[in-house]
Write a protein that binds this ligand. Sequence first.
Ligand SMILES: Nc1ncnc2c1ncn2[C@@H]1O[C@H](COP(=O)(O)OP(=O)(O)OP(=O)(O)O)[C@@H](O)[C@H]1O
Ligand SMILES: [Mg+2]
Length: 624
Amino acid sequence: MRLSLKTRQVAGVTSIVGLAVVLLGGLYVSGIGRVRLEESRARGQFLANAIYHRAREVAAANPDAYAALRSDPGLRSILESSVYSQNVTYAAIVDAKDVVIAHSDAERVGQHLPAQPDLDTLLGEYPWRQLRAIYAEDGRTLEIQQPLLAGDVRFGTIRIGVSMLLTRADLYLALRPAVITALAALLAASLVAMMLAQSLLRPLHLIRSGLSRLGRGEFGVMLDLPRQDELGEIGGFFNVVSAQLSADRARLAGEKSTLESVVDRLEDAVAFFTPDGELLFANPAMLLLLPSNPGTGTLADLWLPEHPCRLLVEQTCADGQSHGPMSVRADDPAVVGWLTDGRPADGTAAAEAASPDGQLVMTHAIKDPAGRIVGVMLVSRDLGYLGEVQSTIQYSRKLAALSRLTAGVAHEIKNSLHAMIIHLELVKQELSGGPKGEAPVDRPAASTHVAVIASTLRRLDEMLQGLLKFTRPEELRLQSVTLASLVEALMPIVSAEAQKSGVDVTVDCPRDLPALRADPAMLQQALLNLALNACQAMPDGGRLRIAGRAVRDRQVEVVVEDTGAGIAPEHLDKVFNLYFTTRPGGSGIGLSMVYRTVQLHDGEIEVQSSPGKGTAFRVTLPRA
Ligand SMILES: Nc1ncnc2c1ncn2[C@@H]1O[C@H](COP(=O)(O)OP(=O)(O)OP(=O)(O)O)[C@@H](O)[C@H]1O
Ligand SMILES: [Mg+2]
């Protein structure tokens, strides 16, 4: 049973006062009891003394003392007067054998009167023994005894009986006002305790109601406790904490709405779950993928057991690790289905909302600073949207590649046009006979200029043909092919070229490298161009190394490096331009072809070179 604070306080004060009353009452009762016993003793002793004096006189005057005592009217009247003495029940004189000689009740003369315990002995005992003698031993009589002496000879005993029953009644009368006073004190103590509790508990009630208002989310709850004690201090603390809490709540509400609006605008579908797998929040994109009535929001209410989203969230809840990405196809049987309660899983509406390309789902474990998992974030990304982004990137990369190729072409065309203008000007001069027309027409010189113009035009035509070749979409015949087989196939040509200038060739392409997805003829031509360029950069011999290795993200890297002349820093960003060459007799097409081939294969190419030390071309291509 739970007692209220007020009840406990009242009970505590009342029991303390009650205990004090009981203790004091005990002391009082024992004191009164003792006084009553002593009074009885004094009265009995007074009576015994009177009897003693009379009995001695009577016994001294008569030779038969017993007969004289029995018949003496003075002694009889003293004995009979004992009935008027409070609490005294009898007074008697007995002989040595306890046979009554004289008694306040005349009929008992000659009877045997057994001796009773001595009242004096009881008065020497502890108070509780005295109380027990009064209360516990029902109707008991104690005696005051005094020997009767004739000279030194004891010839009888005076015995005064004191009734404990009468003493108890006497005591009861004396105690009644004391008991009434004690009860009144107890009542007063309870009342005072109640009033005290009321005044002490009022501030506590105020604080309690303030706390419950705060708990309900009320803002700016303030307590008015104008006290100068500890409770007043607590009221002050409460007001400070309440103000702080209100400020924090307002800030959090602002942050939450900002966060929600950010998450709401995300392209990705995002949902948060508790560590027990209960849905806390889902942004609009995610709501489209969930059943329209998500029940209690547990995982079982949202998805079928094999649904990738459910599997990932369950795994993250269990091991506290992030999982995914995992792809989900809209026609997956785990996605299109019905939940146990007959509601559609995200199969109908969700499949319509989801992109036909499917989704990529992943989970992130959200942890507190102590590393405990506090939630799980589920992100679902539309693969169709990803594909759009990817193709946009590829398109811009292709544009960049094209502009790289055409940069060289524009330069060439400009040079050719410039040359033709000069030669046309010269032809005009030759045909008109010098600048002033005074010289004869020099036909052979004019036809030389025309020949130069014609050859420049041819070159321009070739150049445009070459450019068309580059820009025309070419069909790729992609297949799974190993790098080792490609390099092996071009080794006879490379070795022949290497031998001419004394170049040492090393091939390091393990056979167990993952296969590439490539057009073999095109890729072989590109690798040959790189190898031939390397040999041409080492006319006085050197080392050529062709190496392959698997790299992360499902790629294979091919390196063609030499110890040749290297590329000047100012030429590094031009080497892939169409028609850029520094080699006498070179066409400047080789590296452009390599660049285009790598682009068509969705790969990447980079070059590192130090003049005088050598050059390395690094090509990364996707695996099959
Ligand atoms: N391994 C290399 N070492 C040094 N310079 C190189 C190397 N590979 C290419 N180059 C530089 O890049 C330029 C362009 O090379 P590219 O292969 O496109 O043309 P080319 O070799 O000059 O002529 P071709 O069209 O006959 O191949 C070269 O002229 C050369 O200056
Ligand atoms: Mg070349």
